[in-house]
Design a protein around this ligand. Sequence first.
Ligand SMILES: Cc1ncc(COP(=O)(O)O)c(C=O)c1O
Length: 419
Amino acid sequence: MSLWHPFTQHKTAGPMIKIARTQGAYLHTNDGKCIIDGISSWWVNTHGHNHPRIVEAVRAQAGNLDQVIFAGFTHEPAEQVAAQLLQLTDQHFSNIFLSDSGSTAVEVALKMAIGYWAHQGQKRAKILALDHAYHGDTFGAMATGARSVFNNLYADYLFDIIRLPFPLDAQILEKIFQEEAHNIAAFIFEPLVLGAGGMLMYDAQTLRRMMGLCKTYHVLTIADEVMTGFGRTGTLFACQQAGLWPDLMCLSKGLTGGFLPLGATLATQQIYEVFYDDDRSKMFFHSSSFTGNPLACAAAAASLSIWQEEPVVERLQAIHTAHTQARTQFQEYPAVQDIRLCGTILALDLADSAQNYLSELAPKLYRFFLENGVLLRPLGNTVYILPPYCVTQDDLELIYDCIKRALDDLGHDRRQRAI
Ligand SMILES: Cc1ncc(COP(=O)(O)O)c(C=O)c1O
């Protein structure tokens, strides 16, 4: 064995499943099995695997322009994606910085926020973030994420954060701002759904209230829409439900329809202007070698045009309707402690003595689901469905049935133990 896989304890995980082919909502294994992708391959896939328009766009791009340095040079695919994103966000932002993942989109946003104040002669030493947050696995992103088993080992190396407790309380936020706003560069948050923290949800009014307070106290807002973006919460972007755009917005995952890696940090004119100067030392010092990769940009441009030309919103609504009915059925199961639904995401907390990521239920359920041809990857005792939008009603029924069988088994196990 030579590969070291992410978030994998190789000693207990068993062999990795070899995938030969993907199509629509399905993964096809080397040994001929087919698995329904109930989590959109780690939340990246939107329109289904190998969507023909994205395949074609990448194929055409590959024959023409592969990669070019993005400092001092530009190209059509990047400019097209930028124009599409600016239009889709109501021209609220003025500039888009491209990188290559969700974590890098977050790092860029944090550095822009800190630089924004520093270039104006204000040292704002703190970042405000949510309890249970997850923003990626690079160091800045880890620092803003909640301290947990994901990053405990590195805790001494992470900068301090002001942490807003969850469930959110606007009064607590206001108190923090009254005392410390002058020292806070930015408030970073996952809007409406905290993904890796356990699919925790909060409503659009709370989001609006929090963003409004940031405005009042002159604290920059960074919306991390890496997971929530591109339809997961029922609208293209979660912030749209609050009716407010942030100062900085981080995108990745579904940006290319999940086809190729690409990150984007959207910044307002106000932020861009602070870096725009005759003084070269004020440029934004950040790059990665593959910034603006033309193939990734071509995939993104194709994916964004699918949003405009195919009935994607209807597909989101159909998933939401199916989830709403399934929720009622899941409520009947004693093993289900809590159910949350937002857009296309349905999450169930199951009763378990360990209510954290290392719950033994997670690997057990993961294996059970896979044996039944369904890819779901519980976050501790939280089972969630986050499907690609091409998923059919029958596919969804298959996933719900599989979860119900697992819940039946859990109920049976518990009764046995009680005897
Ligand atoms: C909200 C959020 N931000 C950032 C990231 C990091 O993205 P990436 O894994 O592409 O670095 C993730 C990944 O799951 C995420 O959910």
